[in-house]
Design a protein around this ligand. Structure first.
Ligand code: TYD
Length: 395
């Protein structure tokens, strides 16, 4: 399905830097009939998305910090315990949010992070980081310099990489024979179940399922040996893979296979229904915001997420409906949203005075945000959501 012409999701710009002719690409998805990989038909070139001014820093949420500390703990306890001088590589290690917990344990490690500014932040966090794109060539260089990897980890990264087959080849090359690949990404089954179409944007070239992960990594000798659902990013899946002959397959894998078949992730009708649900969601959000503005209500946004770029551009929502968006990320503040030009302001502006309504673009952090915005709710303010359905959040 098509979501129309779309700017770069994290392309926040200062008003004076907006070019006359903003770069846009056609945001459209397809589910491969053969391997059921759900993917973007076109993706902008990587250097348009990941560069020295990349606006996404992982360490913006307390819950995410805890999540990545637990991810590191899972790796340390489950995967490194019986290994002698292990070596851990993380792909897309961002500002070191996960790997710093591995580094603190004195474990040999390397972060691979192509965005120079976040890689520099990781080094400041004591995380050994190289700023390159990961592929078969850089994998061979890493292996030559450090030896084979016991664990290769990635979080919210694999789904960003259009050249995933090169990455899979690089992983097969870098991984020790009995090593494991562990990665997590937003899960297709959750996106379909919740109509969370905002997970579809330039960086998310894939939304994985068990079936598609098998189709991509299987040809490189890697089998899925364990799966574990995660609550992060509105519903993710953590996949553990290893070279088939060295590992047993957990029952969680068969259970997920059955669940995917029940949900119809392999059926065309599922994607037709998803398209209809997206269109209905767009109409309902426009209707609600239009009615509230028509009644003179002030509406702000909460969280200038990458996801919000899809919602705002697909639904055609701009400053005439949403006055500003509050966001804690310093690099986004003072800028405007990509394509729709809504001002992004620091959280201090949210309460001066509180708006009547706030569209929760960071809906994946709802619990954390609702807990800390008690004063907004007590002032009579209401959060609006669009996942799984458009409506007010009952706090
Ligand atoms: P994120 O959930 O990572 O979404 P995406 O992957 O779509 O970019 O980003 C959350 C955004 O919301 C980030 O810009 C920081 C912002 N945010 C707030 O402004 N306040 C908050 O309390 C939280 C948790 C996040």
């Amino acid at each position: 399905m098509s979501f129309g012409p779309m700017p770069i999701a994290n392309g926040f710009l200062a008003p004076q830097d907006i070019p006359l002719d903003t770069y846009r690409f056609e945001l459209a998805t397809a589910s491969c009939k053969r391997c059921r990989t759900f993917q973007l038909i076109d993706q902008p070139p990587p250097d348009k998305m990941f560069h020295a001014n990349y606006a996404f820093f992982s360490q913006t949420s307390r819950v995410m910090q805890d999540h990545f500390e637990n991810f590191a703990l899972d790796i340390a306890q489950r995967l490194l315990a019986r290994r002698d001088d292990p070596f851990v590589v993380e792909l897309g290690s961002n500002d070191g949010i996960m790997l710093r917990h591995i580094a603190k344990r004195g474990v040999r490690h390397l972060g691979v992070e192509p965005s120079a500014n976040v890689a520099a932040a990781a080094r400041n966090n004591g995380v050994n980081t190289t700023s390159v794109f990961f592929d078969a060539e850089s994998a061979a260089n890493i292996r030559e310099q450090y030896g084979p990897a016991d664990v290769i980890a990635a979080a919210n990264v694999m789904c960003h990489i259009g050249s995933i087959r090169d990455v899979a080849a690089g992983i097969a090359l870098l991984l020790r024979d009995d090593g494991v690949l562990i990665f997590e990404d937003p899960y297709l089954g959750e996106v379909i179940a919740k109509t969370s179409y905002d997970q579809i944007y330039d960086e998310h070239v894939f939304l994985f399922s068990l079936e598609s992960v098998r189709a991509i990594f299987g040809p490189h000798g890697l089998s899925v040996i364990d799966v574990a659902p995660q609550t992060t990013h509105g519903g993710s899946m953590r996949y553990t893979l290893g070279k088939t002959e060295h590992h047993e397959v957990s029952s969680t894998v068969t259970e997920l296979e059955v669940a995917e078949s029940r949900q119809g992730l392999g059926d065309d009708q599922t994607y037709d229904r998803f398209r209809q649900s997206c269109e209905a969601s767009k109409a309902a959000l426009n209707r609600l915001l239009g009615e509230l503005r028509g009644a003179g209500k002030r509406i702000a946004g909460y969280g200038a997420t990458s996801k919000s770029t899809t919602v705002l551009n697909y639904c055609g929502i701009g400053p005439e409906l949403i006055e500003f968006i509050s966001d804690t990320t310093p690099i986004k503040q003072g800028k405007v949203t990509p394509g729709t030009h809504i001002s992004v302001k620091p959280p201090s502006c949210f309460s001066e005075p509180y708006p009547d309504f706030a569209v929760l673009f960071a809906w994946n952090h709802a619990a954390e945000i609702i807990a800390k915005e008690k004063a907004f709710l007590e002032s009579g303010g209401r959060f609006i959501t669009f996942v799984p359905e458009v409506g007010m959040i009952q706090a």
